[in-house]
Each structure stands twice: as structure tokens, then as C-alpha cells.
Design a protein around this ligand. Structure first.
Ligand SMILES: [Zn+2]
Length: 172
């Protein structure tokens, strides 16, 4: 009840502030600013400057984050197939493992452990194409044969199956 009343009071105050004084509170900087500091025709309590900051972060952060979320999700699903409880794959580790171009084209790639009985990590990883992952994981599901698995990866990573050549066929 008390909260409701306070809220009502606050609403009244902010209305007064806005209509009589042409001011509004920015909740981000905790300052009372002139209405011009806010996007017109909105009720937002985030000033333009903070709005811009938020958008900048969105633009810079999102593509790599999106790549990370996608790759991590696939890696987590694989770890369950390997009977593992967790994976060690942070955002920073992703940037160490993948090239900038691979992060950009992240839908074409997957990160899988090189040795299936050990947790995925910087020291135990292979970057493969989505097709290669599908092949390797299907074989693994059927055989649970670690030696074969490692052999498959070695084969894909050898010169014969260079990823640069694979990307095109995957993109089809
Ligand atoms: Zn602000």
C-alpha cells in the first residue's frame, strides 16, 4: 500500500516537474534535466546521452556476443553427448580460439573438443565447419569411439580438408 501511495506521489511530482518546470529525471544519471535532454514524444526516463551510450554498446557488443551465444549453445549440447557436466568456454576464450572472420561468419563454424573425453577448453578444441561437426557428432553418437572421433577431426584439420575450401560448400 505504502509503495503504491509513494508511487502515486512520485507520478504527481514528476507530472508537476514536467508540466510546470519542463524538467524530467534521468534514472541513469540521477539528474533532473530539461525536457530537451530526452527523446521527444516519449515518456522515457533515460536521457538522450544515456540512450546513445546504450545504443553504442548494442552496436559494438552484439555481433560477437551473438556468435558466442550460438557457439556456446552448440558446444553445451555436444558436451551432454560426451557425458560431460560442463564446458569451459568463455567469451574471452572464444576470441582466442576463433579468428575475427570466423566470429563474423559464426553460423558456419562450431567449436568442439579435440579429445571427446576431456572438457572443451582453449587447450582442447578444434574449430570445424557445421557440416564437419554434424558428421563427427553423428559418428560419435553411434560409436562412442574416441579414437575414431580424434581421427575424424585430424582428417578434417589436415590440408586435404582445409576449412577455407570447406566454407564455400557449407555456405551453399
Ligand atoms: Zn542520463
Amino acid at each position: 500500500m505504502k509503495v503504491g501511495k509513494n508511487h502515486e506521489k512520485y507520478e504527481k511530482l514528476s507530472l508537476l516537474l514536467e508540466q510546470d518546470l519542463g524538467l524530467r529525471v534521468c534514472f541513469k544519471c540521477n539528474k533532473i534535466l530539461p525536457l530537451e535532454a530526452f527523446k521527444p514524444n516519449t515518456q522515457t526516463n533515460t536521457c538522450r546521452e544515456h540512450l546513445r551510450e546504450k545504443q553504442r554498446r548494442f552496436v559494438v557488443g552484439t555481433p560477437a556476443r551473438r556468435a558466442f551465444n550460438c557457439l556456446r549453445c552448440k558446444a553445451r549440447a555436444d558436451s551432454i553427448a560426451f557425458g560431460q557436466k560442463s564446458i569451459k568456454f568463455s567469451f574471452n576464450e572464444m576470441t582466442k580460439i576463433l579468428t575475427e572472420k570466423q566470429i563474423q561468419d559464426y553460423t558456419h563454424y562450431s567449436v568442439i573438443p579435440r579429445r571427446p573425453n576431456e572438457t572443451l577448453s582453449v587447450d582442447n578444441h578444434a574449430v570445424v565447419t557445421v557440416r564437419q561437426r554434424k558428421y563427427i557428432m553423428t559418428r560419435w553418437q553411434e560409436s562412442k569411439d574416441a579414437e575414431q572421433y580424434e581421427c575424424d577431426i585430424a582428417c578434417f584439420l589436415s590440408n586435404k580438408f582445409r576449412m577455407e575450401n570447406e566454407t564455400e560448400s557449407v555456405a551453399l
